[in-house]
Write a protein that binds this ligand. Structure first.
Ligand code: ADP
Ligand code: MG
Length: 252
């Protein structure tokens, strides 16, 4: 009877403290602890571990939802055998994430389908798991946001793409952009320069960026800042999207 009263009170307190993880497993775990004669400390440790891991899971899920990441794919799902020219060790070294503290940028270049977005997504997920703030956008989305924020004028809160310790700009070069938008992109790169890391993916070589951004002066100013502290990954292989067709001989 006394146990039931105490358990009810504990349940109410857990409710008020919003310790849902503990609340869910407590009845079962109490039985287990009694059966296996756990110490009080072992029981407390297990309960708190469960609460911490559930909260962490929830935090990551929420952060990923807000980040703009288009899909969830990790580096474990990347088939390095399909890209034999890609230096696996160099890529895996990126995943120690020390480039973030060095405020370095990563530029992933290569034709469509070689895994640029997959690698950028994997890096963003890892950063997210480490508790870093992420902003993932296509170039098209970024330009739209920059334009909208410019029209709004000075807002009280700095936009997420500036606050993020890792911003990913995917698909630079898929569509040409106007001179005005080039200026906005230049300001974006300048504001992040040496403050936080930016990952860029592009299907165009740097030399082709001149055509894309119209103005050679602004391109050189953008590349100057972008490349000063950067790691460039050039992926030269086949499109993964055509993998099965290549195997079955449809595509040569
Ligand atoms: P890109 O951005 O270079 O155009 P993506 O990263 O979007 O290419 O890749 C296209 C699809 O192929 C995605 O579903 C991606 O997960 C997958 N993919 C690409 N390369 C690999 C790889 N080496 N191993 C596993 N999946 C890959
Ligand atoms: Mg892509």
């Amino acid at each position: 009877m006394r146990d039931t009263v105490s358990l009810n009170r504990v349940d109410c307190s857990l409710d008020r403290l919003k310790l849902c993880g503990i609340q869910q497993i407590l009845p079962e775990l109490l039985k287990k602890a009694q059966h296996e004669q756990w110490s009080h400390l072992q029981l407390l440790d297990t309960l708190l571990e469960e609460e911490v891991s559930r909260r962490e899971e929830k935090r990551i899920k929420n952060a990923l939802r807000l980040s703009g990441i288009p899909y969830i794919k990790t580096i474990d799902q990347f088939d390095f055998d399909f890209q034999p020219h890609l230096d696996k060790q160099m890529i895996m070294n990126l995943f120690d994430m020390t480039f973030l503290s060095r405020k370095e940028n990563i530029i992933l270049l290569g034709p469509p389908g070689v895994g640029k977005t997959h690698l950028a997504v994997s890096l963003a997920i890892k950063a997210c798991q480490m508790g870093e703030k992420i902003s993932f956008m296509t170039m098209h989305e970024l330009i739209k946001k920059l334009r909208a924020d410019k029209d709004k004028g000075k807002t009280r809160l700095r936009p997420r793409y500036y606050r993020a310790s890792l911003a990913v700009v995917d698909e630079v070069g898929y569509t040409p952009i106007s001179r005005e938008d080039c200026q906005l992109f230049f300001e974006f790169i300048t504001k992040r320069y040496e403050c936080s890391s930016t990952v860029i993916t592009s299907n165009k070589a740097f030399i082709e960026w001149v055509e894309l951004f119209h103005d050679p002066v602004i391109v050189s100013a953008i590349l100057d800042r972008l490349l000063h502290h950067s790691i460039i990954v050039n992926i030269k292989g086949q499109s993964y999207r055509l993998k099965d067709k290549i195997v079955s001989g449809i595509q040569k």
